[in-house]
Design a protein around this ligand. Sequence first.
Ligand SMILES: Cc1ncc(COP(=O)(O)O)c(C=O)c1O
Length: 350
Amino acid sequence: MTLSTAAPATAWFSRPAARTWTCAPAPAEVAAFHANLPGYAPTPLTEVPALAAELGVERVFVKDESARLGLPAFKILGASWGVHQALRHAARRPERLVTATDGNHGRAVAALARAHGLPARVFVPSGVHPAARAAIEAEGAEVVETNASYDEAVRRAAADPGLLVQDTAWPGYEEVPRWIVEGYSTLFTEIDAQLNAAGAAPAGLVAVPVGVGSLAQAAVTHYRATSTGSTVLSVEPETAACVLASLTEGRPVTVPDGSTIMAGLNCATPSTLAWPYLRDGLDAAVAVSDDDTARAARDLASHGIPAGPCGAASLAGVRAALTEDRRADLAPAATVVLLSTEGTTANPAL
Ligand SMILES: Cc1ncc(COP(=O)(O)O)c(C=O)c1O
């Protein structure tokens, strides 16, 4: 995490050459691991014809992560495989699990620590909603308020002697984040099967809410390992668009700390593990405002989908990407998939 600081970037980046880039897929055993977890079921992929009409595409589906293995976000997919692998590879049983979080990842790690009979310590940055903090505590974890940025909370967690289960990477800390990214692959294998069952074309445009870029790395890995020609779009808050800024500059940069209702996306520095995948394999990146995301959350709610601010960012991002001037940069997409990565939150701004 010794990256330089950049001014806020422009709100759009595209790279058509990304579609021809290829990489190896995530290990096939991950989906089987999740399928064996108690309470596992694929989350819904809900078709919303009204959004297809609005966006001028054939079909729009929303992957609704509001109820995933008992938690209201996708994060436990990565944390469960990450903790499983980290404990399997650890020389001895750790004193506790440790992480830093904007909310969802920490709650997942806390729940997993409890399931494994271990204590958990979770460092939170300033700006995390009290309800998110209370939810982590309700899983039995100790919450450490840092009154600092997300990056600083990660530094504090990394200094703790417990077993660090962090969903972002930096030089020298890449093994656990790699497992966490592998864990996210199940979300995409579910989508493939669900589109197929719905008689839809493979995902043409996939919108991914982005914080440090680990979920987007999993998306790029999935779609570039197969020859679906899918377009992967990253969506960030205007006030924390570190991936957009990094793509624009052609190197990983840290953006100034900002605030946003999209708490889980409020990250200033891309994961070093994700960066090469995003640089080479991401088709486009866009930044959206809190207002646009709040409107998207209300619209999704009117279609029966309980999306929190991070989850609704996907719809706000696709609306911003499929404008007349920008959609020419993207491959034509019959099927659009919006990742709604969390359920409704206690945020009063929505
Ligand atoms: C609900 C939600 N969506 C998306 C993300 C972004 O994931 P990443 O940080 O891997 O880019 C997060 C991260 O915490 C999140 O909580």
